[in-house]
Design a binder for this molecule. Structure first.
Ligand code: FAD
Length: 413
């Protein structure tokens, strides 16, 4: 039986504790907040998209950074394993569109409650309001953790330490990047971090006028020069600074690294993806025919949401007061082009406070993918978002946390 100290009582920390305790170890969680799972609480808009009920190949396909590193962890503890663990602990689950798994109750607090009950049943010692400050080491091996509690410096000895401190997003949940400091102090490389699954600032002023407009069934294409970085159909939202919504968050995961390198990224929105250019042109001709005595600015209500009309009219360069029967073929084709590719420039990503996850983290090169143990310091393990691994939305990021945590917790000998 080993003394295992886990830094961080989030998704990864809680599951690593369950895994290590099931292996017979004495487990302690140090959590700086007053309660466990503060970030878990806000996941899935308070419903917690626990995982994605898919096979391992699909899991791997949704990981953006370092999918190969996740191979053993995903095969060792699959989505179905996580679902079984929660269900056996009494939490009923349901699967929604896109294989997204949620608690039947739609309350993330029930996921936290279930895991906490498991921790208690396994006699895991939970130390709340304890902020780990330093890894203690001896002869190339970790031997404990220094921490602060009630403004007092304390320490706890350990045969193994699992760092599960999360990333940098939504700081108020406790993710302040402490794990990166511990990793660096142990000699680990930490790759550049940046917000991902994040809304985007858009340069063009006209875009900001669309604040509040939500578009369904549009196609978004993100490009760097001519190269397409991401293209998908879905739903997006305009805000006072730019764009957000599911399509944009997913797109962001494919562009934040390029943005960080200073590349210019554009976003083109096809407002009518179900129609070809020619079909759209025919549709506009028909609308114009029905509205022939109207001015151009009043002729688009059958085609577009009202908020979008003034922007499209302005962007088309067509005189808004022109009678539609005077709109030339060339002008109409320009309008079609605009509707099939309303293009804007991505200025930057929003910051960590609005990002679902952190891209970058503890370099996977110095972590053993079969155990999650550091290759540099004996007895040190990493799990969850602190690692340089991130995935798309749909329950995949939590599955990264669960799988790496399980592997770390069960690898301690
Ligand atoms: C708004 C939002 C919604 C999300 N929704 C989903 C979703 O539905 N599905 C999904 O798969 N993913 C979702 N995610 C991502 C998911 O929450 C993370 O991937 C996951 O929480 C990472 O788990 P973790 O344990 O590594 O880190 P965290 O959950 O961030 O836990 C880290 C813990 O470590 C503690 N800690 C940090 N430093 C110290 C220290 N020095 N001492 C002691 N304790 C410390 C923190 O207080 C925190 O409790 C969402 C994220 C956000 C922000």
């Amino acid at each position: 039986m080993k003394n295992v100290v886990i830094i961080g009582g989030g998704a990864a920390g809680m599951l690593a504790a369950v895994a290590a305790a099931k292996c017979g170890h004495q487990v302690h969680i140090l959590e700086k907040n007053e309660k466990l799972g503060k970030k878990l609480f806000i996941t899935g808009k308070g419903r917690c998209n626990v995982t994605n009920d898919c096979d391992v190949e699909t899991l791997l396909a949704h990981v953006i950074s370092n999918p190969k590193f996740m191979y053993s962890a995903f095969y060792g503890f699959t989505s179905q394993d996580m679902m079984k663990l929660l269900e056996e602990a009494g939490l009923a689950l349901k699967t929604e569109r896109g294989n997204r798994v949620f608690p039947v109750s739609d309350h993330s607090s029930d996921v936290i409650g279930t895991l906490t009950r498991l921790l208690n049943r396994l006699d895991v010692k939970i130390h709340r309001m304890c902020r780990a400050t330093e890894l203690l080491t001896e002869s190339g091996h970790v031997c404990g953790v220094a921490y602060e509690q009630d403004d007092r410096d304390k320490s706890i000895s350990a045969d193994a330490v699992i760092v599960a401190t999360g990333g940098l997003s939504y700081k108020t949940t406790g993710s302040t990047g402490d794990g990166y400091v511990f990793a660096r102090e142990a000699g680990h490389k930490v790759t550049a971090t940046m917000p991902s699954l994040v809304p985007l600032n858009i340069r063009e002023d006209w875009c900001h006028k669309l604040q509040g407009l939500s578009l369904k069934n549009v196609r978004a294409t993100f490009r760097s020069g001519k190269k397409v970085l991401y293209e998908e159909l879905g739903e997006m939202l305009f805000t006072h600074y730019g764009v957000s919504g599911p399509l944009v968050l997913s797109g962001s995961a494919h562009i934040v690294s390029a943005l960080a390198k200073g590349r210019e990224i554009t976003l083109s929105v096809d407002l009518k993806p179900a129609l070809s250019f020619e079909q759209l042109d025919a549709r506009i001709l028909r609308d114009f025919d029905e509205n022939k005595n109207k001015q151009f600015r009043n002729s688009l209500s059958g085609l577009l949401p009202s908020k979008l009309i003034p922007v499209i009219v302005e962007q088309s360069g067509i005189d808004p007061y022109l009678q539609v029967n005077e709109v030339s073929r060339e002008q109409r084709q320009r309008l079609c082009g605009l509707l099939k590719g309303l293009t804007m420039t991505v200025d930057s990503a929003r910051d960590y406070n609005e990002a679902v996850i952190t891209r970058g983290g503890v370099s996977v090169k110095e972590v053993n993918p079969s155990t999650m143990e550091s290759r540099l310091l004996g007895g040190l393990y990493f799990a969850g978002e602190v690692l340089d691994v991130d995935a798309l939305t749909g329950g995949f990021n939590l599955q990264i946390a669960w799988s790496t945590a399980w592997l770390a917790g069960t690898s301690i000998e």
